[in-house]
Design a protein around this ligand. Structure first.
Ligand code: SF4
Length: 201
């Protein structure tokens, strides 16, 4: 996996002070993407174990609330193995710190691809608003790893960026179609449960 930046002490991408990893590679190609250079899977620097140590060290202070993965697309099949490895280490060392993932994929699609939800329990592909491609609900070749990653994750901010739904007042998201999904409650209740964050007035 390649990445563009590790940002420490960020307060824009999730609650509290957070460490951010901007991964490289994204196939969504949203119009007016804020970070189009990261569509290239080889953008930036190759990710190594030394970067995981840097992240774990940055998460150490009590005032750091957690980790946010964004990009690029952390949930691309090419990236999620590395994101899983980092997430395992974060939760081993810091079980109380939260993990957020920004993904252009919808939660329903990620859950179906991971085998957490069956394809019958998610909306038909034609009913899901998308600006580029229809979702794929078939089990992914790495479905067990994807399920483990989802289980380690606290929040997924999901959906592609849609420029006609852009709204600067939204908290932690760029366009109104995007959702801040509480992953633990969504798994427990078997339906999408949104995390409660007030938008700016
Ligand atoms: S999913 Fe994110 S990184 Fe990918 S094109 Fe859309 S806005 Fe850009």
């Amino acid at each position: 996996m390649y990445f563009g930046t590790i940002k420490k002490n960020d307060i824009a991408n999730g609650p509290g002070v957070r460490v951010n990893l901007f991964v490289s590679g994204c196939t969504h190609h949203c119009e007016e993407c804020f970070n189009a250079e990261t569509w290239n899977f080889k953008y930036g620097e190759e990710y190594t174990e030394a970067h995981t140590k840097e992240i774990l060290d940055a998460l150490l202070p009590d005032y750091v609330a957690g980790m946010t993965f964004l990009g690029g697309e952390p949930m691309e099949p090419e990236n999620r193995g590395t994101i899983l490895d980092i997430s395992r280490k974060i939760k081993q060392l810091y079980p109380d710190k939260t993990i957020w993932i920004y993904s252009g994929y919808l939660t329903e699609e990620l859950f179906a691809r991971a085998g957490i939800w069956s394809a019958e329990c998610v909306p038909s592909a034609e009913d899901v608003p998308r600006n580029r491609i229809l979702p794929d609900y078939s089990p992914a070749p790495d479905h067990e790893a994807l399920a483990e990653l989802i289980n380690l994750t606290d929040v997924i901010v999901d959906g592609e960026f849609m420029k006609d739904k852009k709204n600067l007042r939204l908290k932690f998201r760029g366009s109104e179609n995007q959702r801040i999904v509480d992953v633990k409650k969504t798994i427990a209740q078997g339906k999408i449960v949104l995390a409660d964050f007030k938008d700016r007035q």
